[in-house]
Design a protein around this ligand. Structure first.
Ligand code: AMP
Length: 287
C-alpha cells in the first residue's frame, strides 16, 4: 500500500492551528524549507528532522525573490505530486505549499538587509539572493512557528546567513544543519543536476574531488593561495568555467582564511556548461 500523502496546507491559519495542536500535545515541530524537485538529499533532511522532533513540516515554495533576472526561476523543475509522495515516504507529517499570493500579497514591500556572512562568495554573483532567502525563510518560520528549522550544508553560506539572521532578529527557533548528501562518485545531490548532459555529468564529480584535495592540504598546514590557484587550474582543465569563486573561509563567519587554525570550509561555485554548481567541504585544523 502506498504511504499516505502528508496533510497539505496552503494557507497560514490552518498550518498554525495544526502546529499549535501538536505543540499542545507536547510535540516538538521541525520545519524543513525546500523549493521542491525533491531528491535523496531532501529525503535525508526530512528523515533527520524526524530524529530532531516528533512532527515535521516540509515547505515547498519556489521563491521568486531569490532568483536574479537571468537565473533559472521559470525553468526551475516543479513536480508537486512527486514531491508529496517523496515527503510521505521520508516521514513528513505535513507539507506547506503556500501560493505566491500567500507569500507576496499585493503591496508587499519588506526585505531583510544583510551584512556579514552574506558578503562575498555567492553574494558577489547573485545580488539580492540572500536577502530574498532571508526574507522568505523568516516568513516561513513566522508562519509555521517551528521549534527547529533544518537546512543542508550543501548551501553552506545560506545556512550561516540564516543562523545569523535568526540570532540577530531574536527569532525563537533553533537552526540545525545536515552534512551534504552525495552520489557515490562524490557529486553533491542537487535539483539542478538534472540539467547536466551525460558528458557533463561524468565531469561533475571532479568539483568535489578538487575541494577534497585542497581541504586535505590545508589540514596538513598548506597555505590557501597556492592551493586555490592550483585547484582553479585543475577545474578549468576539467571543463568547468567560469569558476565564479574557489575560496577558503572561516566556517562560522565566512571571513577569508590563509592558513587553517579553526574549523574552515572550502567553497566553490562553477559553471559546467549552462549549469551552475556549488559545493563545499569542511577543513578541520591538524586532521
Ligand atoms: P532547495 O530545495 O535546493 O532550496 O533545498 C532545500 C534544502 O535542502 C536546503 O536546506 C538545502 O541545503 C538542502 N539540500 C539540498 N541539497 C542537499 C544535499 N545534497 N544534501 C543535504 N541537503 C541538501
Amino acid at each position: 500500500m502506498p504511504t499516505p500523502i502528508p496533510v497539505v496546507f496552503e494557507a497560514v491559519a490552518p498550518l498554525r492551528n495544526q502546529v499549535r495542536a501538536w505543540r499542545e500535545g507536547g510535540d516538538t515541530i521541525v520545519l524543513v524549507p525546500t523549493m521542491g524537485a525533491l531528491h535523496e538529499g531532501h529525503r535525508a533532511l526530512v528523515a533527520y528532522a524526524k530524529t530532531l522532533g516528533r512532527r515535521v513540516v516540509a515547505s515547498i515554495f519556489v521563491n521568486p525573490t531569490q532568483f536574479g533576472p537571468t537565473e533559472d526561476f521559470s525553468r526551475y523543475p516543479r513536480d508537486v505530486d512527486a514531491d508529496l509522495a517523496a515527503l510521505a515516504e521520508a516521514g513528513a507529517d505535513a507539507a506547506y505549499v503556500p501560493t505566491a499570493e500567500t507569500m507576496y500579497p499585493e503591496g508587499f514591500a519588506s526585505r531583510i538587509e544583510l551584512d556579514g556572512p552574506s558578503e562575498g562568495l555567492c553574494g558577489d554573483f547573485r545580488p539580492g539572493h540572500f536577502s530574498g532567502v532571508a526574507t522568505v525563510v523568516t516568513k516561513l518560520i513566522n508562519q509555521a512557528q517551528p521549534d527547529i528549522a533544518l537546512f543542508g550544508e550543501k548551501d553552506f553560506q545560506q545556512l550561516q546567513v540564516i543562523r545569523r539572521v535568526t540570532r540577530d532578529l531574536d527569532m525563537p527557533v533553533s537552526i540545525a544543519g545536515l552534512p551534504t548528501l552525495r552520489e557515490a562518485d562524490g557529486l553533491a545531490l542537487s535539483s539542478r543536476n538534472r540539467y547536466l548532459s551525460a558528458v557533463e555529468r561524468a565531469v561533475a564529480p571532479r568539483l568535489h574531488a578538487a575541494l577534497e584535495g585542497i581541504a586535505k592540504n590545508l589540514a596538513a598546514g598548506g597555505e590557501a593561495g597556492p592551493l586555490l590557484a592550483e585547484g582553479l587550474e585543475t577545474l578549468e582543465a576539467a571543463g568547468f568555467g567560469p569558476v565564479q569563486y574557489l575560496a577558503v573561509r572561516d566556517a562560522e563567519t565566512l571571513s577569508p582564511v590563509t592558513r587553517v587554525e579553526r574549523p574552515a570550509r572550502v567553497l566553490v561555485a562553477a559553471y559546467l556548461g549552462r549549469t551552475r554548481l556549488i559545493d563545499n567541504v569542511a577543513v578541520a585544523p591538524g586532521s
